[in-house]
Structure formats: structure tokens, C-alpha cells
Design a protein around this ligand. Structure first.
Ligand SMILES: [Zn+2]
Ligand SMILES: [Zn+2]
Length: 391
């Protein structure tokens, strides 16, 4: 498989990799990315790029204005790590106990800094502006929303977001128009029944029996209500209730997540859940509380921007550019795509000589094939060249 790393990026390979390792050793949780933000801001400043700090709390924005006016293209990297202990013994292992870059955001930051370095040296060829968005708190707290609120997307015509992707091998790049990541919602259900003696069910409303009925029925939303061609998930991840073997439980609490690639399916799941729960209340004459919380919306790529990205990607990875290995994971880049057209894409990074699924994101021995960093930087560079350096 022929991979054409851009020669300018190849020249700064050591900088990109050592930046990634530096950030990997010093991971920081959502909205606590102070060291990382400083590293980013200092680096951008040293390149002569205008820097705004404190955008969306701990976010950093770099602005590179070209010689001539034109479109504004934003490139985004997230910076936060996860609350987990790194278990592999690499030389650049996390120095912060219980915090780890297990999703690859260290690499995203390093790749974008690499692209910024080369672009800063080509300012006079640039017809337009590049905004470099270094975002906090992607893992669950929606840092993208805070950056948007602070004006990070003002004047932006198109936005591109990257993710290293261990489900694909080095030399591949996943991109598609339309949905690429799922909506990721949470819900909580509490069944209020009536307890009693385990040998005397008459007169009770057994919350355990009601919950088992409900778990089964909720699965029929995916199997019987949504279109089987369109992926959806309803997961009950947690059930708590009961006291002992001979006590009929009065209360059961359940928590779960719902995933969908479209806003329509998301609404369908929400509506059907409410209906199924209401029906269950009637069947068992009990009371059930239902709390549904919208998480990140689906990440939906603009068709033209996806085309731009595919073109750029083909120049770097050739035939390796194509349909992504999809997951039902959520991504807060979706909020940016609700504001301006753009594209989210996935750079194959599964570690060398390992099965792509054996080192998944969010696992304690997560690591990447660092050659993928050069692919990501090259694609970022290529997008800007294709959009702002023609003619
Ligand atoms: Zn993650
Ligand atoms: Zn991530």
C-alpha cells in the first residue's frame, strides 16, 4: 500500500512524534488541559500564528491569515484524556496516575500542530485564513459547545475534524458523506412497585419481574420499529434493585444508552421508549419514572466537504482512502457540523503487527502506530492547499 507522506511533514516527523509523546506522558482531563493548552499556545506563538487562549474554558485557537483574502477553513483537534490507568509499559507512559490518553487526542493535537508549522511557513501562498481549533473536553462534557459559544467558528466557512482510528490499519483513511458517528444519549428508568415476602407474591408489584419484562420489550424498538438498514442501539447497561433471595423488590433502577445515526431514528427511539414504559405501567399497574437525556447529536458530514476530504486523502493514502469502519460512538464535533458545513474523518492507526480490534480506543493498553500521525498532518496540509492555495 503506497502512502505518500508530504515531504515537509516527513521533515518534521521527530517534532510531531515527540510532541505526541510529551502530551501522552502528561494527560489532562476535561477542562483541566492547562499544560497541554500552554504547550499548544507556546508552539503556535513560536510559529508567528495569532493565538487566543481560554476559548471554551481551556481551548486554544490559532489564526493564520494568508497574504490574500479568501475562505476561512477551520481544522480541529481535541486535547483531553480519560480517567483511567495506563497499563502498558511504553517509555512515554502516562506520568499522571489514573489519567491516560486512551483515545488518541494526544495524537490529534500533535498532528494539527505539525500541519500548523508547515502552513505558517507558507503564509504568502495562502488565499484565505486557517483557524486551528484546539478543543477541550471531548470525552463527555461537550467542549465543542463551549468553543462555539466563545466564537471559535465565527467567520468559518468549512470545518474539518480528525480522529485516529485503531479499528483501521495504517495507510487507510475512513470518510463518507452523511452520518459518520452516532447520537449518544443516556437514560434512566426507575420502577416503583410494591415489595413483600418472597413466598407471598399476591398483593405485591414485583419490580424485578417488571424490569425483566421492560428490558426485553425495549429491545423490540431496534428489532421491530426502526428500519433494519439503518443502525440503532438500545442498551440497558446497569440494573440495581432488590434486597435478598426471599424479598420481593419494591424498586428497580436501570440505566442505559441509545444510539442512532439520524435525528429521525433518535426521536423514534425516544418516543417508543416512552410508549413502552407507559404501557408497562398499565400492564403491571405500577409507576415508572423515565428520564432521557440527549447526549451528542449524530456527526453528519456535508457531502461537498466529504468530497474535498476524500480528494485530499487520496493524494496521501491513494486506494487506502474509503468507507470508514463505523462505530456507534458519539463525538462532539457534531455540534460544530451543526453550525458550519464540514467533515469528520478517521485515520487508520492500529498498532503495527496487532489485530486492528485488539487495541481498541478507551482500553488501558491503548497505543497507536505513530506513522499515522504523519498521515493526519499530511491530510490537514493537503486540505488547506486544495482549498486555499489554488491559482
Ligand atoms: Zn474517546
Ligand atoms: Zn476521541
Amino acid at each position: 500500500m503506497a502512502v505518500n507522506i508530504r515531504p515537509e511533514i516527513q521533515d518534521i516527523e521527530n517534532t510531531i512524534i515527540s510532541t505526541r509523546r510529551d502530551i501522552h506522558q502528561h494527560p489532562e482531563l476535561a477542562f483541566e488541559e492547562h499544560r497541554t493548552a500552554k504547550l499548544v499556545a507556546d508552539h503556535l506563538e513560536s510559529l508567528g500564528i495569532d493565538v487566543q487562549t481560554g476559548v471554551g474554558k481551556t481551548g486554544v485557537v490559532g489564526i493564520l491569515k494568508g497574504k490574500n483574502t479568501g475562505k476561512t477553513i477551520a481544522l480541529r483537534a481535541d486535547m483531553d484524556a480519560l480517567p483511567m490507568q495506563e497499563t502498558s509499559d511504553v517509555p512515554y507512559k502516562s506520568k499522571n496516575d489514573g489519567v491516560m490518553h486512551a483515545c488518541g487526542h494526544d495524537g490529534h493535537t500533535a498532528m494539527l500542530l505539525g500541519a500548523a508549522e508547515i502552513l505558517s511557513k507558507n503564509r504568502e501562498k495562502l488565499n484565505g485564513t486557517v483557524k486551528f481549533l484546539f478543543q477541550p473536553a471531548e470525552e463527555g462534557q461537550g467542549g465543542a459547545r463551549y468553543m462555539i459559544k466563545d466564537g471559535a467558528l465565527e467567520g468559518v466557512d468549512e470545518v474539518y475534524g480528525i480522529h485516529l482510528w485503531n479499528y483501521q490499519e495504517f495507510g487507510t483513511l475512513g470518510v463518507k458523506p452523511g452520518p459518520i458517528m452516532a447520537a449518544a444519549d443516556l437514560f434512566e428508568i426507575t420502577i416503583h412497585g410494591k415489595g413483600g415476602h418472597g413466598a407471598t407474591p399476591q398483593g405485591t408489584k414485583d419490580a424485578v419481574v417488571i424490569s425483566s419484562h421492560l428490558v426485553q420489550t425495549l429491545q423490540t424498538i431496534v428489532s421491530r420499529n426502526t428500519n433494519p438498514i439503518e443502525s440503532t442501539v438500545v442498551t440497558i447497561g446497569q440494573i440495581n434493585g432488590g434486597y435478598n433471595f426471599n424479598i420481593i423488590a419494591d424498586t428497580v433502577n436501570m440505566k442505559g444508552t441509545a444510539r442512532a445515526y439520524t435525528e429521525e431514528n433518535r426521536q423514534l427511539i425516544k418516543t417508543r421508549m416512552a410508549e413502552v414504559i407507559k404501557g408497562t405501567e398499565q400492564i403491571f399497574s405500577c409507576k415508572i419514572d423515565f428520564d432521557y437525556e440527549d447526549g451528542y447529536p449524530p456527526t453528519i458530514n456535508d457531502p461537498d466537504a466529504a468530497d474535498t476530504l476524500l480528494n485530499a486523502a487520496q493524494k496521501i493514502v491513494g486506494e487506502g482512502a474509503g468507507y470508514p469502519y463505523l462505530s456507534m460512538g458519539g463525538e462532539d464535533f457534531s455540534y460544530m457540523l451543526q453550525e458550519v458545513p464540514g467533515c469528520f474523518f478517521l485515520v487508520g492507526s492500529s498498532p503495527m503487527n496487532r489485530e486492528p480490534l485488539s487495541v481498541p480506543h478507551h482500553c488501558s493498553h491503548f497505543d497507536i502506530d505513530e506513522r499515522a500521525l504523519l498521515v493526519g498532518s499530511s491530510v490537514y496540509l493537503q486540505i488547506v492547499e486544495d482549498l486555499l492555495m489554488k491559482g
